[in-house]
Design a protein around this ligand. Structure first.
Ligand code: 48H
Length: 250
């Protein structure tokens, strides 16, 4: 017998179990775009407890849209080994550049991250951070629907040893810290220069405030580096570097 009440109960109970088990994690990541997903995968691979909070209905950030809705991405030689780790089909183009399906790529990142133990919560935005003496200690969450409806509903907090800002172009978490805590300055991203943007994103991936690591497009926005268009190798290498920074700190 298929009972509607049992279906509802199964959904609510299994979701709550996952949410309650994620109220204290090693790493809370804001944003399930390519850099956040890659960061989560390499952390979980080393046994780190990770939760990603994604404001949108769907994961993937800017990747599924490819370049101007042509759902292909370009990846350079340096990031080829990451794509291969996820078994993604690559087509060699020229100048050491490869193309791939943006849908296959983001699906593989998501699937393998979850299989490594990453918990992904969509439709939940990070609206603030938990702060202690000179250290970020977690994220403050609310439903996206609350944000959209502009309702006055107080949030809930999730504690973590590290927070990763993988929110993309707006570098949202760093901006919150800039505004409410101080001690950091978000310069804002600059106009397109693919080679420079891809080069600088690796260097820009850093712990910018104790407990707060910035990666992906947010890292270039933080340090005032250029955007790069629909080339994604830098996002992947940046996400991996963010994971390595955290793992090195134990
Ligand atoms: C929860 C949030 C919040 C929040 C935002 O934009 P993304 O894809 O970010 P990256 O850095 O992984 O990848 C960037 C890439 O997609 C891109 O845009 C490129 C290469 N652009 C180049 C160019 O020239 O334009 O993903 C960020 C994710 C999104 O899914 C947001 O919905 C989410 O973060 N997000 N989630 N709480 N406060 N803010």
């Amino acid at each position: 017998m298929i009972d509607e009440k049992i279906i509802s109960q199964a959904i609510i109970e299994s979701y709550m179990k996952e949410l309650i088990s994620s109220l204290e994690v090693d790493v809370a990541i804001a944003g399930a775009g390519p850099s956040g997903l890659i960061c989560s995968y390499y952390l979980a691979k080393e046994g780190v407890k990770v939760a990603i909070f994604e404001r949108n209905l769907k994961v993937g950030g800017g990747m599924p849209g490819g370049g101007m809705m042509f759902n292909r991405i370009v990846v350079q030689e340096e990031a080829k080994s990451i794509m291969e780790e996820f078994n993604i089909t690559l087509e060699e183009y020229k100048d050491n550049l490869y193309t791939a399906s943006s849908i296959e790529t983001i699906s593989a990142f998501t699937y393998k991250a979850i299989k490594k133990g990453v918990k992904i919560f969509n439709l939940i935005g990070v609206e603030d951070v938990i702060i202690r003496e000179n250290r970020v200690g977690g994220v403050v969450l609310n439903w996206t629907s609350v944000e959209i409806a502009n309702l006055h509903v107080d949030p809930l907090g999730v504690k973590s040893k590290f927070v990763v800002d993988a929110t993309g172009h707006d570098s949202e978490i760093c901006r919150i810290v800039e505004k409410k805590v101080g001690g950091v300055e978000v310069k804002g991203e600059k106009s397109m220069w693919a080679e420079k943007g891809e080069e600088e994103i690796i260097e820009n991936t850093k712990e910018v405030y104790p407990g707060l690591i910035v990666c992906g497009m947010a890292a270039n926005a933080f340090y005032g580096s250029p955007r790069m268009g629909a080339i994604f190798g830098g996002m992947l290498l940046s996400g991996k570097k963010a994971a390595e920074i955290i793992i090195t700190q134990g």
